[in-house]
Design a protein around this ligand. Sequence first.
Ligand code: 13P
Ligand code: SF4
Length: 330
Amino acid sequence: MAEPVVLDPEIGYVDVPIDPSLDLIAEINRLRKEKNAIILAHYYQEPIIQDLADYIGDSLGLSRKAAETDADLIVFAGVHFMAETAKILNPDKKVVIPDLNAGCSLADSCPADAFAAFKAQYPDHIVVSYINCSAAVKALSDIICTSSNAEHIIRQIPPEQPIIFAPDRNLGRYLIRKTGRDMVLWDGVCIVHETFSEKKILQLKARYPDALVLAHPECEEAVLQHADFIGSTSAIRRFARESPHTTFIVATEEGILHQMRKDCPEKTFIPAPPDNGCNCSQCPHMRLHTLEKLYLALRYEQPEITMDEELRQRALRPILRMLEMSRDIR
Ligand code: 13P
Ligand code: SF4
């Protein structure tokens, strides 16, 4: 049973003082067992949260895990659309997120009402939406995809069927190039991936001539053109693990480097620098979660993700379609 606490919606996380002598990791382990809770975390979480998670993965892996879990409580250390997807798949379970303010610039770049008006201009098109969007945009979509399965899904759509792809224009352009499909794109972008600097990547390549560049498809075309491998976070991690190469320049949020270094301590991983005067490439939304907020979310079972049932059912259909269409993707 959760202890009662009133969550201030203005703050968006449980703001209760924690006894500094408390061993938070031991407490999290005790509470997760007592409550039959599962902690799901994305690779962009800080290392201490990644190390505590029951499962860590990319958006597809996290959706699959959320769909199959028998936990009573899901604590989602990822951004809002990820926790929302877990709720859509699990209406009878409690889903909490350490900080409700953990949004996503890409999801925010596609408001549902503007997207509905955009979609109305193309009545013959089907809508494939990247999972980085709100439940309301999912409800306007025919199929959801992630960076792991997007190409696989687009290739299953009959060639004569016109497609709208939303909200990420960089992933959309990459898919057009890969599949030859002429899709209508929503003009959305991720604030983290759009800022990687082509110039600084070229300078790193000159300094480490044997290094391979691994990039997420949300990066701009100018960066992707220098990539030796393009894929989701899990695919980037797997590629580095299985590659005979030993040095990699990694163009995605730097949280992924934690697992890559654990997988291959003998290899060298260099984060691609952004072009914004700051030398880190951390997602400010993902990084709102802290060990303290995670502990409080688990203890007080707040902030909780809730959703209108009619919206949930409409958003569920394209997610189930994605899971069905990508059964053979690892
Ligand atoms: P992945 O599904 O590749 O982990 O991507 C999630 C994301 O938000 C990338 O910015
Ligand atoms: Fe959204 Fe970009 Fe952060 Fe991923 S890295 S959660 S796309 S803002």
